[in-house]
Design a protein around this ligand. Structure first.
Ligand SMILES: *Cc1c(COP(=O)(O)O)cnc(C)c1O
Ligand code: SF4
Length: 355
């Protein structure tokens, strides 16, 4: 049985609200209250409506409902797993790669994902980047002419009002060396009603190419409303890309992952990155090994259209950056008169001759 919230309801932001909605049993109140004291909680009505409380392994619940395991931090887990802090020249900007910088306008999100790599930084309340802080961040972007692309992230920038989005868009439009603006968001899936045709238009940056990287992890997130939201964004002229996290118990099997990638492509979203889970505190229950991840990605390559292939990415813990982590289809070959073995989709190896 699934719970159906009235449309336009409020997000569930406390353990009490999750209990009232029938998503969490009252017996778990105390243990989960301790988790909620540490990491923000929010489940939007759209996501709450997808949860089947009778299914202990529900992949939507697993993404958003807190778990007592979150209070256990392993030695290898890091508060800032991908090292954002070391590369932040002014508040709200992360500039790790010369040609692109992150602009974090807000810390809040419509949902709080239990596996979030920025879980120590995101949450309600924190200041949005406004006034002098926004001026300083934009001045940094304007001064650094090597910045070709600005990545709008947070938090989730699509919780901002159309008015604020238009204001920032206008100011970015005035910086000549910025050619590309990329929005990173979960809103089209988790709060699709926000994406009206007008809002989709507000996200366009006059004179620049705009990309929207849509975060989704399970094919069930593609509700009719989410599909409509994606269509509005594509129709407004944005190029849509996907971002997913490979998560144990959610999408780490070839059927689910394949259905997820097909759902993206069917909705004009080109699969971009499939992230290996980051070493965020209290997220051990979601992690799988790189070897398991590579085996899955290899099977996708063998089964699905080239359009459905994401790049499998590891963000090296500590801040050394993102790298693609295979799987490799070429292997070293010692046979004279051959450069390499090339493995086909059936696992058969073929000699590739030297040039
Ligand atoms: C992930 C990330 C980017 C974007 O990387 P792409 O490979 O271009 O998608 C840019 N800056 C920082 C700091 C990042 O963490
Ligand atoms: S929407 Fe993104 S930033 Fe927000 S909690 Fe989820 S993963 Fe983290």
């Amino acid at each position: 049985m699934s719970i159906h919230q009235p449309p336009g309801g409020q997000p569930l932001r406390s353990i009490g609200a999750l209990i009232d909605a029938g998503i969490v049993t009252p017996q778990r109140h105390d243990e989960l209250q301790a988790v909620a004291g540490r990491y923000a909680v929010s489940v939007t009505p759209a996501m709450a409506a997808l949860i089947d409380p009778a299914d202990a392994a529900d992949p939507i619940a697993r993404q958003f409902v807190p778990d007592a395991g979150e209070l256990v931090t392993l030695p290898q887990e890091l508060a800032d797993p991908i090292g954002d802090d070391a590369h932040s020249p002014v508040e709200g900007v992360v500039h790790r790669y010369p040609d692109r910088a992150l602009l974090k306008l807000v810390h809040a999100c419509p949902v709080y994902c239990r596996f979030c790599f920025r879980r120590e930084m995101v949450g309600p309340g924190g200041d949005a980047l406004t006034g002098e802080k926004l001026d300083a961040a934009l001045a940094y972007l304007a001064k650094h002419t090597e910045i070709w692309e600005v990545i709008m992230t947070g938090g989730d920038p699509l919780i901002l009002s159309a008015r604020r989005v238009r204001e920032v868009a206008k100011r970015l439009a005035a910086i000549p060396h910025i050619k590309v603006v990329r929005w990173h968001t979960r809103v089209p899936m988790v709060d699709p009603g926000r994406i009206t045709a007008d809002y989709a238009k507000a996200l366009r940056i006059p004179g620049k190419a705009s990309y929207i990287a849509v975060h989704a992890n399970h094919p069930r997130e593609f509700t009719d409303e989410a599909r409509t939201a994606l269509a509005r964004l594509a129709d407004a002229g944005h190029v849509l890309l996907s971002q997913s996290v490979l998560l144990k118990g959610i999408n780490a099997d070839v059927e689910t992952l394949g259905a997820l990638m097909r759902a993206f492509v069917e909705n004009r979203v080109k699969p971009y990155y499939l992230h290996h889970p980051d070493l965020a505190p209290g997220t051990a229950r979601f992690r799988l090994s790189l070897e398991e991840g590579q085996a899955l990605v290899k099977r996708l390559r063998g089964h699905l259209s080239g359009l459905c292939q994401p790049t499998y990415i590891l963000d090296i813990p500590g801040g050394a950056g993102k790298i693609p982590v295979g799987p490799a289809f070429l292997s070293a070959c010692e046979t004279p008169g051959a450069e390499a073995f090339a493995e086909d989709r059936h696992g058969e190896r073929h000699l590739y001759p030297p040039i």
